[in-house]
Write a protein that binds this ligand. Structure first.
Ligand SMILES: *[C@@H]1O[C@H](CO)[C@@H](O)[C@H](O)[C@H]1NC(C)=O
Ligand SMILES: *[C@@H]1O[C@H](CO)[C@@H](O)[C@H](O)[C@H]1NC(C)=O
Length: 263
């Protein structure tokens, strides 16, 4: 009995000193002004691009904390002008070098032409939200994980928003977050379009229901689950349009006759 108590006591001491060691470690990595001063002394930050230094009518940009320890350095994302080449969602690039400036959106061209910045319909909800975001950022009220709303040409909210290097999630027509999420990867915006979760969100709003509304089953990314069933009857559907790709089958004898069944 005595020995057991002793063992427990020693165990507790070990845990306590481990916790203390971790606290010590954490203290060494606290992001203070001093830390950044020292950091910048030994690792020179890249100079801000001309656009962010000028901030005049033709050369302007947004200053972000950069991916340095404690965000001690700053980086400049240039505001692109109408007609400039742009990148849709910055696929594969955590921080794009430039984004379409205020009132512009990145329009995907027909064929294999490069997308360019084009004026978007003003007075739309998304445009207003974007302007509000820019004003708040100017005033320093925006945390660095908050995302600027992305709009299409008609000023509607794009269905997928991504925090670079982290996650992408679905938003509804009003820019509010809805079901559907995935890890941000280079190709995610090709496979993730949130049609299913947008449809489900719309149905819930229209019916103004507190209860689950019977709609198609969505997968975790907000796309249509390729296998849709009501009672015994199942059908395969396209993950983006939700349209049937097989005939309706009675599945009481098993699902294996369905082409989309991974069984
Ligand atoms: C804005 O700043 C850039 C870079 O300093 C300069 O070349 C350009 O002439 C300026 N434009 C205006 C309209 O002041
Ligand atoms: C499906 O098949 C089972 C057995 O063959 C039958 O009992 C059931 O009524 C069928 N369901 C429908 C919806 O036709």
């Amino acid at each position: 009995m005595y020995r057991l108590a002793n063992a427990i006591f020693l165990g507790l001491i070990a845990i306590a000193s481990l916790a203390e060691a971790q606290l010590e470690l954490a203290k060494n990595y606290v992001c203070t002004e001093d830390f950044c001063d020292n950091y910048r002394e030994s690792n020179e930050c890249d100079a801000l691009k001309t656009a962010c230094r000028a901030q005049n009518a033709t050369h302007n940009g947004i200053i972000f904390p950069s991916a340095t320890p404690c965000s001690c350095c700053k980086t400049c994302v240039e505001n692109l002008q109408p007609g400039d080449d742009c990148s849709v969602g910055g696929l594969g690039y955590p921080v794009p070098a430039g984004i379409c400036g205020p009132g512009l959106y990145c329009k995907v061209a027909e064929g294999d032409e490069h997308p360019t910045c084009q004026p978007m319909l003003e007075s739309s909800k998304c445009y207003t939200a974007q302007k509000e975001f820019d004003d708040q950022r100017q005033a320093g009220l925006i945390g660095h994980l908050m995302q600027r709303p992305e709009c299409d040409g008609d000023g509607n909210f794009q269905p997928v928003r991504c925090i670079p290097g982290q996650t992408c999630y679905c938003v509804d027509d009003n820019g509010k977050r809805i079901f559907g999420e995935a890890v941000h990867t280079a190709s995610i915006q090709i496979s993730m379009r949130c049609e299913c979760s947008r449809l489900a969100a719309k149905a819930r709003t229209l019916l103004n229901s507190q209860y689950p509304v019977l709609t198609s089953r969505c997968d975790s990314k907000g796309s249509f689950d390729q296998l849709q069933c009501v009672d015994d009857m199942c059908v395969c559907v396209d993950m983006h349009s939700g349209r049937p790709t097989s005939d309706l089958r009675n599945v009481t004898r098993g699902l294996s006759s369905l082409p989309c069944c991974k069984c």
